[in-house]
Design a protein around this ligand. Structure first.
Ligand SMILES: [Zn+2]
Length: 420
């Protein structure tokens, strides 16, 4: 099959993390905690400040488990921080514990300690940040993408992107959103979005603010209208914001002429977000609501979207990873899972993406998911994948297209210049 797609767009990505993962130290191949002694860990891109950083280890089958002693022997003075592949823990040495002001018998940090210490790692240098951006561009371009919507922007990233664009080195058109976790963070994100909006360039656009309303189906924290696995009075997931706070954020973001984007995976999460958007609209405010993931949507929720400015950003490739347990977890709600056909039929605008680095950026995998999910009773998408994978604005970085033939990226042209 041959696809020629204009402005091939990944509508939900974590841009800089994709670059960091591409140029950073991957520990997935590590077969044993002791084996780390044989690895070459000297590359500058493996470091942040004087810290050594790695990702992706999994000790399930290791005969020697990770411990701080192993790292202390190799690195008595340099702080070392190795994040586990599941994203819930990290393996550190004594120098790192001292720098973080933490104690641990084992050198394994979990959950809150793991996440908080991640936030306290030294920042990348300006040069490292630029190299990570270029590494990310390379990842997206080689997968065929010329247009990317980033969910995790910062002002410092924006400034580096501007520098690279002025040096003619930026090979993707990038939309930025600024994520917040509480109301104070919201004010900062709104300010960043407003500041960058004033400094937009030919390739860089500032879109607005993003927040997480619920969790994920995998961890059974996405917010559903019925309990997981059909267990009577069982867990239905959780939400992270109060509805009055959400209302304030939507109002303020729309008033500023910006878009609000919300991570809403469960059907009840999406329903409540659309309800609040409707309430704010009824008060005379106009703006766009982006529903991120939207993996389960009830028909009445889709109906309620129609008069509003809603765009759903879906990642069919998540279905490839979720397919093994999706029916068992959702039971009655399974018929509303991955509702791309229902959205198309209701003419709700939608865009496809890959949520990199959670999944690799890949048009081919999304296409595969659309085909294979039909056998699992996900309603067949009768729209055009080229259309939902193209950036909707033909004036944005025009003269860009990609040719993908038999699952291979054959040609990528960005602003008239051939990249692949
Ligand atoms: Zn994401």
């Amino acid at each position: 099959m041959l696809f020629k797609i204009p402005r091939l767009y990944d509508s939900h990505t974590h841009f800089i993390a994709t670059g960091e993962f591409a140029s950073g130290l991957y520990l997935t191949a590590l077969k044993n905690a002791e084996e780390i002694a044989q690895w070459d860990l000297s590359k500058p891109s493996y470091h942040r400040g004087d810290w050594l950083l790695g990702f992706g280890w999994n000790d399930k089958d290791w005969s020697v488990k990770p411990s701080k002693e192993i790292l202390d022997r190799l690195f008595p003075h340099k702080p070392v921080y190795f994040a586990k592949g599941d994203g819930h823990s990290s393996w550190v040495n004594t120098a790192a514990l001292q720098a973080l002001g933490l104690r641990s018998e084992t050198g394994i940090l979990t959950e809150a300690e793991h996440l908080q210490s991640w936030d306290r790692l030294p920042a990348f240098s300006n040069e490292q940040q630029k190299n990570n951006i270029l590494a990310a561009c390379q990842v997206y371009n080689s997968a065929g993408f010329t247009h990317v919507r980033d969910m995790t922007g910062t002002e410092s990233l924006w400034n580096s992107l501007c520098e690279l664009e002025s040096e003619n080195l930026l090979t993707v058109a990038l939309e930025e959103n600024f994520t917040c976790y509480d109301l104070k963070g919201f004010e900062d994100s709104l300010k960043s979005a407003q500041y960058t909006r004033k400094h937009e360039t030919a390739l860089l656009r500032s879109k607005g603010v993003k927040f997480f309303y619920d969790g994920s189906l995998g961890s059974e924290t996405a917010y559903l209208s019925k309990p997981y696995r059909g267990i009577p009075n069982g867990n239905r997931g959780r939400t992270l914001w109060s509805l009055p706070d959400v209302e304030v954020m939507i109002k303020r973001t729309w008033e500023a002429g910006l878009e609000i984007s919300v991570h809403a995976i469960g059907d009840q999460a999406a329903h409540e977000m659309v309800e609040v958007a409707r309430k704010v609209s009824a008060q005379g405010f106009v703006g766009r609501l982006n529903l991120e993931h939207a993996q389960v949507l009830r028909p009445e929720t889709i109906l309620m979207m129609k008069p509003l400015h809603v765009r759903c950003h879906m990642q069919p490739c998540h279905w490839l990873s979720d397919r093994v347990w999706l029916q068992e977890k959702l039971r009655d709600l399974y018929r509303y899972a991955f509702p791309w056909e229902a959205l198309r039929a209701a003419q709700i605008p939608m865009s496809f993406g890959c949520d990199s680095p959670v999944e690799p950026p890949s048009f081919v995998r999304n296409q595969k998911a659309l085909v294979e999910s039909v056998e699992a009773r996900i309603k067949k998408f009768t729209g055009s994948i080229e259309e939902v994978h193209a950036h909707p604005d033909s004036q944005y970085a025009p003269n860009s297209y990609s040719i993908i033939e038999d699952d291979v990226v054959k040609e990528v042209v960005f602003c008239g210049k051939r990249l692949v």
